[in-house]
Design a protein around this ligand. Structure first.
Ligand SMILES: Nc1ncnc2c1ncn2[C@@H]1O[C@H](COP(=O)(O)OP(=O)(O)O)[C@@H](O)[C@H]1O
Ligand SMILES: [Mg+2]
Length: 325
């Protein structure tokens, strides 16, 4: 099959640059590794940059026969960064891996995700949303954690202990990230993530992975740790089978209700009473080799190559137009 990998490289190839520039990016090494994994299975692979030139590139690539996009684009800028490439592909009728514009929209917005989770009775930390430091913050329970509404990589995340501190942090996040601030009750305890792969009844969950904070119930994942000093991962996590099943079922349910596709990862905190609180769902879970998703995937016994091709296969299955080939 012809596969066009779309990622982001040149962020200046747009008409205007917006204040909200995307901070997530795949390394060339990971992209090369994914391309090699697909080629080893006999696919014809090219790599494209998801910027102003993408429509011409798509026209060129797909005019010579059917194929699929392997979407590794986090987007260039704006509120809806994950949504841009899938929207273009949907409009043009081109098959692609991963979630649709709708799924990415819901998962990228931590506030909307939590409103939906609450509607379906899935526990998530209590929260408040602010778009100005002058709003009434008297209801907030401390300690709390403040984060940008559409954040990632723990960027801008800050633990706050009182209203005075919170006001300053809200002001800073608004200034730096140009988006609302979501404030959540801080969940003391352990932290886990669950990888998901597949669709419908064939949705599988990877073994639950724990971030090893060495017993520190106040620890959290900072940007520094994520980028430079990844926290040790324990997979499968040392939890009872019953707790693991609860986390996996909770993650599956979220995947389905947000309408996600092919793969995703949930982030979960477990409090001291063993209650699980879903923090967020990553609809564009990193496929980087040091990430928790790939770590857990490998624990299932599959190689990186097998796993990347499995993502492609579950995506292809969703498109009847590809089966006609
Ligand atoms: N309500 C919370 N209670 C405790 N820790 C939290 C809470 N929210 C976030 N964190 C910590 O901050 C990290 C990043 O938060 P998360 O909501 O997953 O945003 P991001 O999209 O930046 O990954 C989490 O992995 C966790 O360590
Ligand atoms: Mg997270």
């Amino acid at each position: 099959m012809k596969v066009l990998i779309i990622c982001n490289r040149n962020f200046s190839k747009v008409i205007y640059r917006l204040p909200q520039q995307t901070k997530e990016i795949y390394s060339s090494k990971t992209i090369e590794k994914i391309a090699n994994s697909l080629e080893k299975r006999g696919h014809y692979v090219e790599i494209a940059d998801g910027n102003i030139e993408i429509i011409d590139r798509l026209k060129d690539f797909f005019s010579k026969g059917k194929g699929i996009v392997f979407n590794l684009s986090y987007g260039i800028q704006g509120d809806s960064r994950y949504v841009h490439i899938p929207s273009i592909l949907e409009m043009l009728g081109i098959p692609y891996t991963g979630s649709s514009p709708e799924g990415h929209t819901l998962a990228l917005d931590k506030v909307i995700t939590k409103i939906i989770l609450e509607h379906y009775g899935i526990q998530t930390p209590e929260f408040w949303v602010f778009s100005s430091p002058d709003e009434d913050m008297s209801n907030v329970k401390f300690p709390a954690i403040a984060k940008p509404r559409m954040g990632a990589l723990s960027l801008g995340i800050q633990l706050v202990n009182d209203t005075c501190e919170l006001k300053k942090v809200v002001e800073k996040i608004l200034e730096e990230f140009h988006q609302d601030v979501i404030v959540e009750e801080f969940i003391k305890g352990r932290e886990f993530s669950v990888g998901l792969l597949g669709n419908g009844n064939d949705l599988e969950t990877f073994p639950v992975l724990e971030f090893d904070f060495g017993g520190d119930i106040n620890a959290m994942q900072s940007t520094y740790l994520k980028k430079y000093k990844p926290v040790k991962k324990i997979c499968p996590a040392s939890i009872s089978e019953e707790v693991a099943i609860r986390m996996r079922e909770m993650s599956k349910k979220v995947f389905h209700i947000l309408g996600l596709k092919d793969y995703a990862r949930t982030d979960i905190r477990m409090d001291l009473g063993e209650n699980m609180h879903l923090l967020e769902v990553n609809s564009q879970a990193s496929l980087g080799e040091t990430g928790s998703f790939i770590h857990a995937a490998k624990v299932t016994g599959r190689s990186f190559e097998e796993f990347i091709n499995r993502i492609l296969d579950v995506a292809i299955k969703r498109y009847p137009m590809l089966k006609e080939n």
